[in-house]
Each structure stands twice: as structure tokens, then as C-alpha cells.
Design a protein around this ligand. Structure first.
Ligand code: ADP
Length: 489
């Protein structure tokens, strides 16, 4: 029998404890899927204020974990909990670093001490492994917040008995977040100066990049879809990192994320007015009616297409395209429901448009998990016009809810959505390629035309709902990668 692999996950967020985006969904579900495959996996997170309000049961494990911080040793408390699937979760607690209203920053920008916070988190995770005598075979690090760990393992922790022998895997969930700090702050990390100056160390256009640290020092790199793994090696999508990613391409893999169907499934979703399945879809109409009511939209929309969008309000998500064609979309006699938080100027434009069309455009600014589920179920179509999309989860959720995705053909959207063809009856959504508002509008028009063909739409909806993006498939790919990385391949 193959030896049981021990994996320590380091993530800056995970559901149900703390979430700003898709990374939290991944870090909350993938460990349990790996556990089902027999991996001994543990997860480490910062103890943000949000962790208290998540209503999770937590137990104090240690009061006095000693953690390097620059030239000093600081103390952290460690709390413990579990995921639904029984994966042990450890939280690194220091009020001065993590007890804040948000995870990474506020309306004025990122917190000024994010390097201090996440350098401390990385050290703390490695010290904790030592303290609990957990010697992982693999340290699986996620995004720039844990990007220092691969550098630590090759440097100061190389001779540490618990973690020194571990292989490191670094997953890029979004190349757009690069963890950039002034080089003068390098000493906070405890890393020697050479890590900055050596070619391809932490140096990134004169600054430190923690994302680059993860890319350069890890044994294997993954990103969250095969298409995105190729795209980020190009100048167009590489955001300054294409060169280093090309150099490391032999160790770079794309593994599509999965969906937690315990959470995102209309057959058992408790946020909904009515549940439904592909065999009995009548509940979806109740969900649509109730969403129309909740958003105070005009009742006649019951028989017309209702478009939904749930997104960070960020230029990455293609909001500029949506804004350009908002009037054209609303002129197609459809309803639109948008839930989002983020960029102030995008919020203002959307607010103005919603005020102008209150009976056809329902807008909610904020982060609302329960409403996200109700939109997923109540809408007929789901808009994701992203400029780039590493994986994207909402298109996979939408499929399960029979809500047809209209997406830009990029990254994970390209890998999961196929244009519907009425003649062959194949396909699960609508796509456009050029990042242009006209191309986006044309795909919306194709979807609306199809909506009015009742039989075709039924077929398309069944295709969508029968798609299977469960985590078990992705977890098998990760396990394979752990094994090959351990063999040094
Ligand atoms: P990203 O991680 O780039 O934001 P993903 O599609 O991978 O995009 O994941 C987004 C996740 O965040 C989904 O679970 C989506 O439902 C959720 N989400 C995004 N914005 C909101 C919001 N305003 N309210 C509730 N959930 C949101």
C-alpha cells in the first residue's frame, strides 16, 4: 500500500471561517476532498476577527507559540477547529495583527503592515508544525500571503526537523495579487539580503514580491485551470511575471478547481424558497418569483429572461464591459440582478443605473452569502465577462443551478463552458472571445434568443445541471502531483 502522505495547507482564507473570494471556497473544500483520498491533511489560517463571527467552535491549543519576527521572537496564541469533513484547522492569533474589520485592507487600501502580518503568519505556521510534531511531506501554500514559506524552507528552516524535508507546492489563485512591498522591509521576513539580490529571488522591479517568492522557491507550482497556466506565461496575461513563469514551466501545472456540492446544490440549498433537481425543476420558478419580489422588480419579468451577476467589483471581472452595455441589455426587455462589492467608482455607476431602472435592475452592494445563493437559483442566466479569470467558481455554481453562464472565453471559463449548439444539443452556455462590449452584447443576445425557444432552453438547462465539477476529480490531480513532486519529478 502507498505510504500515507502528510500535507500542511497554508491559506490566508477558507470557508466557513473567513472569506473574500474563491480562494476561501477552495481552501475550505480541497483539504476534505484530499482527506477522503486518504491524505493526512491539516490547514493553517490567520485568526481574523471574522473567524469569531463565523460561529465556528474553536478551542485554545497554545498560549505561547514562539515565532520569529525580524530579529525578535514574538508570541502567538493558537486556536483549533475542524472543517465539516473533519480536517484539523489551526488559527494563528495575535490581536495586533489580525483582529481587524477586514482581512487585507479597507476602503483606503491595503493594511500598511501586510508584510509584517503575513511574514509572521508563515513563520508561525512552520513553528506550529514543529510544536505539534507534524512533519508534512508537502507544504501546500496558497497565494502571496504564504509565498514566503518556500523561501523559508530553502533557507532558515532547511535544517528544521519537522518541516525542513518537506516539498513545497505553491498555488497561484490570481496572478493579479502579487504581495509587493518596498525592499527596505526585507529584514522583517528574516531572510538574508541575497534572497533579494540574487537573480530571480524576491526582487520584482526593485521591490519585494511574495508571489514571486512562491513561484521561484517552490518545488512545484500550480494554478487553477489548464488554460490560465498557459495564459500567465504570455505578456498579455503575465502581469510582469511571464518571464519567471516561463523559466519554471516544467514545474507549472493547471488543475481546475472543483465545487463543494454540499454547499452549492439546488437540491439541498437551505437559502432557497424551494429546492429543485434536473428531474423536477419547478422549484426554480419559485426561486425566480421570490428573487423578483425581493429585488422589487416588475412582476412581468416572471416570464422574461432574468440575468444575474455576483462578483467583486473590479476591472478584472469585466465590469467596464457591463457598464458600457447596461442600457442595451435593459432595452432587451429583461431583468438584471447584481450583487457585488469593491471599487467605489464602479459602485457609483451601477447605483445610478439601478436608480434609473428600479423595476428592471436590482442592485445590492455588499457581501451577502445567502443572497448569492438566491441569485444563483432565481436567475435564468449568469454573466461573467472577465478580462481574465484564473478559474472562476461562479460559472460552475451557475451550471448546477440551471442558470446559464454567459462568459468570456478565458482561463477557467474557457475550460468549463462550451457554447450551446441547438442543432447538436451540445454545450452548456454562451461565450465571447474579444474583450469588447459588442462581443459581450452579442453573446447576451444569443442567449436571450435561445431562452425564447422553450425546448432548446430545457435541453441546455439539463446539460448545465448534469455537469460534474466535484472536488474529488481535482483532489485526485493534486494527489498525483504531490506524489510526483515527492519523487522529485
Ligand atoms: P474571485 O475569487 O476572483 O472573486 P471566483 O469566481 O473564483 O472569483 O469566486 C468568487 C466567490 O465569491 C464565489 O463563491 C462568489 O459567490 C463569491 N462572491 C463574490 N462576490 C460576492 C458578494 N458580493 N457576496 C457574496 N458572495 C460573493
Amino acid at each position: 500500500m502507498a505510504k500515507q502522505i502528510k500535507v500542511l495547507f497554508l491559506s490566508p482564507e477558507a470557508v466557513p471561517f473567513a472569506k473574500t473570494g474563491g480562494l476561501a471556497d477552495v481552501a475550505g473544500a480541497l483539504p476534505d476532498a484530499l482527506k477522503r483520498l486518504g491524505v493526512d491533511v491539516r490547514l493553517i489560517l490567520p485568526h481574523y476577527r471574522e473567524v469569531w463571527t463565523s460561529n465556528s467552535k474553536l478551542y485554545l491549543l497554545f498560549e505561547d507559540l514562539k515565532v520569529p519576527f525580524g530579529k525578535d521572537l514574538f508570541t502567538a496564541r493558537v486556536w483549533e477547529s475542524q472543517t465539516d469533513g473533519g480536517t484539523p484547522v489551526y488559527f494563528i492569533k495575535r490581536e495586533d495583527m489580525f483582529d481587524r474589520p477586514n482581512l487585507y485592507g479597507n476602503a483606503y487600501g491595503d493594511y500598511y503592515d501586510n508584510l509584517e502580518r503575513f511574514s509572521f503568519f508563515c513563520h508561525a505556521a512552520l513553528c506550529l508544525a514543529d510544536r505539534i510534531s507534524f512533519s508534512p511531506d508537502v507544504l501546500h501554500c496558497h497565494d502571496w500571503q504564504s509565498g514566503l514559506v518556500p523561501a523559508f524552507i530553502k533557507g532558515p528552516y532547511a535544517r528544521n526537523s519537522a518541516v525542513g524535508q518537506a516539498k513545497t507546492i505553491f498555488t497561484i489563485h490570481n496572478l493579479g495579487y502579487q504581495g509587493i512591498f518596498p525592499q527596505e522591509k526585507l529584514s522583517i521576513t528574516g531572510l538574508p539580503k541575497e534572497t533579494f539580490y540574487q537573480t530571480d529571488g524576491l526582487e520584482f522591479w526593485g521591490n519585494i514580491s511574495l508571489l514571486k517568492s512562491g513561484i521561484f522557491y517552490s518545488d512545484s507550482i500550480t494554478t487553477v485551470s489548464p488554460s490560465y497556466a498557459l495564459e500567465i506565461q504570455t505578456d498579455e496575461y503575465g502581469l510582469g511575471m511571464a518571464g519567471i513563469l516561463q523559466k519554471r514551466r516544467a514545474s507549472l501545472y493547471g488543475i481546475l478547481n472543483g465545487v463543494d456540492y454540499k454547499v452549492w446544490n439546488p437540491a439541498c440549498d437551505t437559502h432557497l424558497k424551494a429546492q429543485y433537481t434536473p428531474e423536477n425543476i419547478s422549484g426554480k420558478n419559485h426561486c425566480k418569483e421570490s428573487l423578483i419580489k425581493e429585488m422589487k422588480l416588475i412582476q412581468s419579468l416572471k416570464s422574461k429572461p432574468l440575468l444575474g451577476m455576483i462578483s467583486r467589483l473590479d476591472t478584472q471581472k469585466g465590469l467596464d464591459l457591463l457598464v458600457k452595455i447596461l442600457d442595451d441589455i435593459l432595452a432587451l426587455d429583461v431583468g438584471l440582478v447584481v450583487l457585488g462589492s469593491g471599487d467605489q467608482s464602479i459602485q457609483e455607476i451601477l447605483k445610478k443605473a439601478a436608480k434609473k431602472n428600479p423595476r428592471h435592475f436590482g442592485l445590492t452592494i455588499g457581501f451577502d452569502e445567502s443572497l448569492a445563493h438566491r441569485i444563483m437559483a432565481g436567475a435564468d442566466m449568469f454573466l461573467i465577462p472577465s478580462r481574465y479569470e484564473p478559474c472562476g467558481l461562479t460559472q460552475m455554481y451557475a451550471l448546477k443551478y440551471g442558470t446559464i453562464p454567459i462568459v468570456r472565453n478565458t482561463g477557467g471559463l474557457k475550460d468549463s463552458i462550451r457554447e450551446f449548439n441547438l442543432k447538436t444539443g451540445k454545450g452548456n452556455g454562451f461565450k465571447f472571445s474579444d474583450y469588447k462590449s459588442e462581443a459581450f452584447l452579442a453573446s447576451v443576445q444569443r442567449a436571450i434568443k435561445q431562452f425564447h425557444n422553450t425546448e432548446g432552453w430545457k435541453k441546455l438547462r439539463v446539460n448545465a445541471m448534469k455537469e460534474d465539477f466535484s472536488w474529488d476529480r481535482s483532489a485526485k490531480s493534486y494527489l498525483k502531483l504531490y506524489r510526483s513532486t515527492l519523487k522529485g519529478k
